[in-house]
Design a protein around this ligand. Structure first.
Ligand SMILES: [Zn+2]
Length: 269
Protein backbone atom coordinates (compact mmCIF):
# COMPACT_ATOMS: atom_id res chain seq x y z
CA UNK A 1 0.00 0.00 0.00
CA UNK A 2 1.92 2.97 -1.26
CA UNK A 3 0.08 6.03 -0.08
CA UNK A 4 1.50 8.50 -2.50
CA UNK A 5 0.29 6.57 -5.48
CA UNK A 6 -2.49 4.61 -3.91
CA UNK A 7 -4.68 7.37 -2.56
CA UNK A 8 -4.13 10.23 -4.95
CA UNK A 9 -3.56 10.70 -8.66
CA UNK A 10 -0.06 11.95 -8.02
CA UNK A 11 3.20 11.33 -9.81
CA UNK A 12 6.56 12.24 -8.33
CA UNK A 13 8.90 14.61 -10.15
CA UNK A 14 11.85 16.79 -9.32
CA UNK A 15 13.53 19.79 -10.82
CA UNK A 16 16.54 22.00 -10.26
CA UNK A 17 15.93 25.59 -9.17
CA UNK A 18 19.28 27.35 -8.88
CA UNK A 19 21.28 25.12 -6.55
CA UNK A 20 18.16 23.62 -5.02
CA UNK A 21 16.45 20.39 -5.91
CA UNK A 22 12.68 20.51 -5.55
CA UNK A 23 10.61 17.34 -5.42
CA UNK A 24 6.96 17.81 -6.28
CA UNK A 25 3.89 15.68 -6.79
CA UNK A 26 1.87 16.42 -9.89
CA UNK A 27 -1.82 15.81 -10.37
CA UNK A 28 -2.93 16.13 -13.99
CA UNK A 29 -6.45 14.90 -13.39
CA UNK A 30 -7.89 18.12 -12.05
CA UNK A 31 -11.57 18.83 -12.31
CA UNK A 32 -11.89 22.48 -13.21
CA UNK A 33 -14.16 24.53 -15.43
CA UNK A 34 -11.10 26.37 -16.65
CA UNK A 35 -9.25 24.71 -19.48
CA UNK A 36 -5.96 26.19 -18.24
CA UNK A 37 -5.61 25.49 -14.52
CA UNK A 38 -2.45 25.54 -12.42
CA UNK A 39 -2.18 25.53 -8.65
CA UNK A 40 0.57 24.81 -6.14
CA UNK A 41 0.07 23.95 -2.49
CA UNK A 42 2.31 22.75 0.31
CA UNK A 43 0.63 20.06 2.32
CA UNK A 44 2.17 17.98 5.09
CA UNK A 45 5.65 18.88 3.92
CA UNK A 46 4.97 17.98 0.30
CA UNK A 47 4.82 20.20 -2.76
CA UNK A 48 1.59 19.37 -4.58
CA UNK A 49 0.92 20.75 -8.05
CA UNK A 50 -2.45 20.57 -9.77
CA UNK A 51 -2.45 21.24 -13.49
CA UNK A 52 -4.97 20.69 -16.25
CA UNK A 53 -3.85 18.88 -19.40
CA UNK A 54 -3.65 22.15 -21.33
CA UNK A 55 -0.77 23.37 -19.17
CA UNK A 56 2.57 22.49 -20.72
CA UNK A 57 5.24 20.74 -18.60
CA UNK A 58 7.64 23.64 -19.12
CA UNK A 59 5.02 26.10 -17.82
CA UNK A 60 4.61 23.98 -14.70
CA UNK A 61 8.35 23.88 -14.12
CA UNK A 62 8.73 27.65 -14.53
CA UNK A 63 5.86 28.23 -12.18
CA UNK A 64 7.56 26.09 -9.51
CA UNK A 65 10.95 27.71 -10.09
CA UNK A 66 9.46 31.19 -9.60
CA UNK A 67 8.10 30.11 -6.27
CA UNK A 68 11.20 28.25 -5.12
CA UNK A 69 12.06 30.64 -2.23
CA UNK A 70 8.55 30.51 -0.90
CA UNK A 71 8.53 26.69 -1.19
CA UNK A 72 11.84 26.41 0.63
CA UNK A 73 10.62 28.60 3.47
CA UNK A 74 7.41 26.58 3.89
CA UNK A 75 9.27 23.26 3.83
CA UNK A 76 11.80 24.45 6.41
CA UNK A 77 8.95 25.38 8.74
CA UNK A 78 7.38 21.97 8.25
CA UNK A 79 10.65 20.18 8.99
CA UNK A 80 11.01 22.08 12.24
CA UNK A 81 7.48 21.10 13.18
CA UNK A 82 8.14 17.43 12.44
CA UNK A 83 11.39 17.51 14.39
CA UNK A 84 9.67 18.99 17.41
CA UNK A 85 6.82 16.49 17.29
CA UNK A 86 9.01 13.42 17.57
CA UNK A 87 12.04 14.71 19.32
CA UNK A 88 13.07 11.82 21.55
CA UNK A 89 13.94 12.55 25.11
CA UNK A 90 14.81 10.03 27.76
CA UNK A 91 14.06 11.86 30.96
CA UNK A 92 11.85 10.68 33.80
CA UNK A 93 8.49 12.38 33.47
CA UNK A 94 8.99 13.08 29.75
CA UNK A 95 6.86 11.58 26.98
CA UNK A 96 7.30 8.98 24.27
CA UNK A 97 4.79 8.00 21.58
CA UNK A 98 3.14 4.59 21.61
CA UNK A 99 0.25 3.52 19.37
CA UNK A 100 -0.99 7.04 18.85
CA UNK A 101 -0.80 7.95 22.52
CA UNK A 102 1.67 9.75 24.72
CA UNK A 103 3.29 7.53 27.35
CA UNK A 104 5.19 8.79 30.38
CA UNK A 105 8.86 7.90 30.69
CA UNK A 106 10.11 6.28 33.90
CA UNK A 107 13.86 5.81 34.26
CA UNK A 108 15.34 3.22 36.61
CA UNK A 109 18.86 1.98 37.10
CA UNK A 110 20.03 -1.54 37.82
CA UNK A 111 23.27 -2.95 39.16
CA UNK A 112 22.58 -6.39 37.69
CA UNK A 113 21.61 -5.50 34.12
CA UNK A 114 24.26 -5.38 31.43
CA UNK A 115 22.01 -4.08 28.66
CA UNK A 116 19.33 -1.39 28.51
CA UNK A 117 15.90 -2.84 29.17
CA UNK A 118 12.73 -1.16 27.96
CA UNK A 119 9.29 -2.24 29.04
CA UNK A 120 5.96 -0.90 27.80
CA UNK A 121 3.40 -0.69 30.59
CA UNK A 122 0.16 -0.39 28.61
CA UNK A 123 -2.32 -0.07 31.52
CA UNK A 124 -0.13 2.53 33.22
CA UNK A 125 0.70 4.21 29.88
CA UNK A 126 4.38 4.22 30.81
CA UNK A 127 7.64 3.44 29.05
CA UNK A 128 9.93 2.03 31.73
CA UNK A 129 13.60 2.33 30.82
CA UNK A 130 16.00 0.41 33.05
CA UNK A 131 19.62 1.35 32.57
CA UNK A 132 22.72 -0.59 33.63
CA UNK A 133 24.67 1.36 36.25
CA UNK A 134 27.42 1.89 33.66
CA UNK A 135 25.20 4.34 31.78
CA UNK A 136 25.65 7.91 32.91
CA UNK A 137 22.23 9.50 33.38
CA UNK A 138 23.54 12.92 32.47
CA UNK A 139 24.80 11.51 29.17
CA UNK A 140 21.23 10.70 28.19
CA UNK A 141 20.49 14.39 27.79
CA UNK A 142 23.08 14.61 25.06
CA UNK A 143 21.65 13.34 21.76
CA UNK A 144 25.13 12.78 20.36
CA UNK A 145 26.18 10.50 23.19
CA UNK A 146 26.69 6.74 23.04
CA UNK A 147 24.15 6.28 25.86
CA UNK A 148 21.49 8.20 23.96
CA UNK A 149 22.09 6.18 20.79
CA UNK A 150 21.96 2.88 22.64
CA UNK A 151 18.73 3.87 24.37
CA UNK A 152 17.19 4.95 21.06
CA UNK A 153 18.16 1.61 19.50
CA UNK A 154 16.70 -0.28 22.47
CA UNK A 155 13.50 1.75 22.20
CA UNK A 156 13.10 1.00 18.50
CA UNK A 157 13.76 -2.71 19.16
CA UNK A 158 11.00 -2.64 21.79
CA UNK A 159 8.67 -0.79 19.41
CA UNK A 160 9.32 -3.43 16.72
CA UNK A 161 8.62 -6.21 19.19
CA UNK A 162 5.35 -4.60 20.34
CA UNK A 163 4.08 -3.90 16.83
CA UNK A 164 5.06 -7.41 15.77
CA UNK A 165 2.99 -9.01 18.55
CA UNK A 166 0.00 -6.78 17.85
CA UNK A 167 0.09 -7.39 14.09
CA UNK A 168 0.62 -11.15 14.48
CA UNK A 169 -2.59 -11.46 16.51
CA UNK A 170 -4.56 -9.30 14.08
CA UNK A 171 -3.30 -11.16 11.01
CA UNK A 172 -4.03 -14.58 12.54
CA UNK A 173 -7.55 -13.55 13.55
CA UNK A 174 -8.34 -12.09 10.14
CA UNK A 175 -6.78 -14.76 7.91
CA UNK A 176 -8.74 -17.38 9.85
CA UNK A 177 -11.97 -15.42 9.32
CA UNK A 178 -11.39 -14.82 5.59
CA UNK A 179 -9.85 -18.27 5.15
CA UNK A 180 -6.70 -17.21 3.39
CA UNK A 181 -3.17 -18.21 4.24
CA UNK A 182 0.07 -16.25 4.31
CA UNK A 183 3.71 -17.18 4.22
CA UNK A 184 5.22 -14.96 6.90
CA UNK A 185 5.06 -11.55 8.54
CA UNK A 186 8.00 -9.17 8.46
CA UNK A 187 8.33 -5.94 10.41
CA UNK A 188 10.59 -3.62 8.47
CA UNK A 189 11.58 -0.06 7.69
CA UNK A 190 9.57 0.67 4.57
CA UNK A 191 10.39 3.94 2.91
CA UNK A 192 7.11 4.75 1.19
CA UNK A 193 4.55 2.24 2.39
CA UNK A 194 2.80 1.19 5.57
CA UNK A 195 2.53 -2.36 4.44
CA UNK A 196 2.98 -4.55 1.39
CA UNK A 197 1.86 -7.99 0.33
CA UNK A 198 4.32 -9.85 -1.88
CA UNK A 199 3.43 -12.34 -4.64
CA UNK A 200 4.81 -15.05 -2.34
CA UNK A 201 2.32 -14.03 0.34
CA UNK A 202 4.75 -12.40 2.72
CA UNK A 203 3.14 -9.56 4.62
CA UNK A 204 5.52 -6.66 5.28
CA UNK A 205 4.65 -3.96 7.75
CA UNK A 206 6.36 -0.67 8.56
CA UNK A 207 7.47 -0.64 12.22
CA UNK A 208 6.61 3.06 12.36
CA UNK A 209 2.98 1.98 12.56
CA UNK A 210 3.72 1.93 16.31
CA UNK A 211 3.22 5.69 16.13
CA UNK A 212 -0.33 5.40 14.81
CA UNK A 213 -3.48 4.60 16.80
CA UNK A 214 -4.52 0.94 17.16
CA UNK A 215 -7.47 1.47 14.82
CA UNK A 216 -5.14 2.61 12.06
CA UNK A 217 -2.83 -0.40 12.54
CA UNK A 218 -5.90 -2.64 12.28
CA UNK A 219 -6.86 -0.98 9.01
CA UNK A 220 -3.40 -1.54 7.50
CA UNK A 221 -3.61 -5.20 8.53
CA UNK A 222 -7.06 -5.55 6.94
CA UNK A 223 -5.79 -3.86 3.77
CA UNK A 224 -2.78 -6.16 3.36
CA UNK A 225 -4.61 -9.34 4.35
CA UNK A 226 -7.32 -8.55 1.77
CA UNK A 227 -4.55 -8.42 -0.85
CA UNK A 228 -4.01 -12.13 -0.20
CA UNK A 229 -7.42 -12.53 -1.84
CA UNK A 230 -7.40 -9.66 -4.34
CA UNK A 231 -4.01 -8.59 -5.69
CA UNK A 232 -5.21 -5.18 -6.88
CA UNK A 233 -7.26 -2.22 -5.72
CA UNK A 234 -10.38 -3.29 -7.59
CA UNK A 235 -13.96 -2.74 -6.47
CA UNK A 236 -13.98 -6.30 -5.16
CA UNK A 237 -10.90 -5.58 -3.08
CA UNK A 238 -12.46 -2.51 -1.44
CA UNK A 239 -15.68 -4.44 -0.89
CA UNK A 240 -13.69 -7.07 1.00
CA UNK A 241 -11.89 -4.37 3.01
CA UNK A 242 -15.19 -2.68 3.94
CA UNK A 243 -16.57 -6.00 5.17
CA UNK A 244 -13.86 -6.18 7.83
CA UNK A 245 -13.25 -2.47 8.31
CA UNK A 246 -16.35 -0.40 7.47
CA UNK A 247 -14.77 3.00 8.18
CA UNK A 248 -11.78 2.37 5.92
CA UNK A 249 -12.17 5.71 4.11
CA UNK A 250 -11.50 7.63 7.31
CA UNK A 251 -8.47 5.45 8.06
CA UNK A 252 -7.06 6.14 4.60
CA UNK A 253 -7.56 9.87 5.09
CA UNK A 254 -5.78 9.69 8.44
CA UNK A 255 -2.82 7.91 6.90
CA UNK A 256 -2.55 10.35 4.01
CA UNK A 257 -2.66 13.26 6.42
CA UNK A 258 0.05 11.81 8.64
CA UNK A 259 2.17 10.22 5.97
CA UNK A 260 5.14 12.59 6.00
CA UNK A 261 5.19 12.89 9.75
CA UNK A 262 5.59 9.17 10.19
CA UNK A 263 8.16 8.64 7.49
CA UNK A 264 10.41 11.27 9.04
CA UNK A 265 10.32 10.27 12.66
CA UNK A 266 13.45 8.90 14.33
CA UNK A 267 16.62 7.74 12.70
CA UNK A 268 16.33 4.93 10.20
CA UNK A 269 17.45 1.49 11.34
ZN1 LIG B 1 -2.98 -1.99 -1.40
Amino acid sequence: MNLTNDCLNLTEHSLQAGNKQITYYLNRKVRSKKRWYLKLVIKEGKVLVYASKAVKTEEIKNFIRNKSNWIEDKLARWNTLVKNSYELNFESGGNLPFMGESYTVTIKTSVILEKIDIEIDKPGKRVIITLPHTVNLLDLKNKESESFNLTEKALIATYKESISQFIQLEVDRLTKKIQVSYNKIKIKTLKSAWGTCTPLNTLNFNWRLILTPEEIIRYVVVHEVCHLKHRNHSKLFWKEVSRHYPSYKEARKWLTKHNILLQNSFSVY
